[in-house]
Design a protein around this ligand. Structure first.
Ligand code: PRP
Length: 210
């Protein structure tokens, strides 16, 4: 299990506006999309490619193309949906599967309420999108789910994490073929399961309270 924090002034700048409680929903959505594009650059460093022969107007040469089977992008509903477009822009040939997960507000345990994924993920490279890694329960369950279905490697792209949540995911997935790319690691997890200072509830700020 590998963890990489993308350290870039543009990411920190956009994150600061995202954290601000005064930032309204339309701007919040746009910033999540922009942050995703920046994080996708780091997150797709390991995307599998294969050689391809082409001819330029001047000479034949060999380049690369995204290998088969195509990568699978898995946004975790709801908040991960806000990251989907930014990722698809960079990997337009990828397929998209969905996992719906919600935390119980008391126990903070995640439950899976929706799943639309290929039955067999053998040899598939998967990219999981979820802006928030708080206790780490949702991400651990999502990554485990994909690996158990045969995915060969899973990269999670998150905007914010807590040190406690990261440690929990790392412990649960020790020795598995997974990595996490992050915008920032915040101070801590509070008693209500929120990231501090964080940005509040990403799902609510993107889509409102339901
Ligand atoms: C949030 C967030 C993650 C999860 C993180 O989702 O988007 O999926 O909580 O918490 P964890 O690391 O403690 O598991 P939430 O359950 O609020 O659902 P939502 O995206 O529909 O708002």
């Amino acid at each position: 299990m590998r963890v990489h924090v993308a350290d870039h002034p543009l990411i920190t700048h956009k994150l600061t506006v995202l954290r601000d409680a005064d930032t309204p929903s339309p701007i919040f959505r746009q910033l999540v999309d922009e942050l995703m594009t920046l994080l996708a650059y780091e997150g797709t460093r390991g995307v599998r490619v294969e050689p391809v022969d082409i001819v330029t107007p001047v000479a034949p040469t060999t380049g690369v193309r995204i290998a088969d089977p195509k990568p699978l992008i898995v946004p975790i509903l709801r908040a991960g949906l806000g990251m989907l477009d930014g990722m698809v822009k960079l990997l337009p040939t990828a397929e998209v599967g969905f996992l719906g997960m919600a935390r119980d507000e008391e126990t903070l345990q995640p439950t899976t309420y929706a799943e639309r994924l290929p039955e067999d993920l053998s040899d598939r490279q998967c990219f999981v999108l979820d802006p928030m890694l708080a206790t780490g329960g949702s991400l651990t369950a999502a990554i485990q789910f994909l690996l158990d279905r045969g995915a060969t490697d899973v990269t999670a792209i998150c905007i914010l994490a807590t040190p406690e949540g990261l440690a929990a995911v790392e412990q649960a997935l020790e020795g598995r073929e997974a990595s996490i790319v992050l915008g920032a690691v915040d101070e801590r997890l509070n008693e209500q399961g929120f990231i501090v200072p964080g940005l509040g509830d990403a799902g609510d700020r993107l889509y409102g309270t339901v």
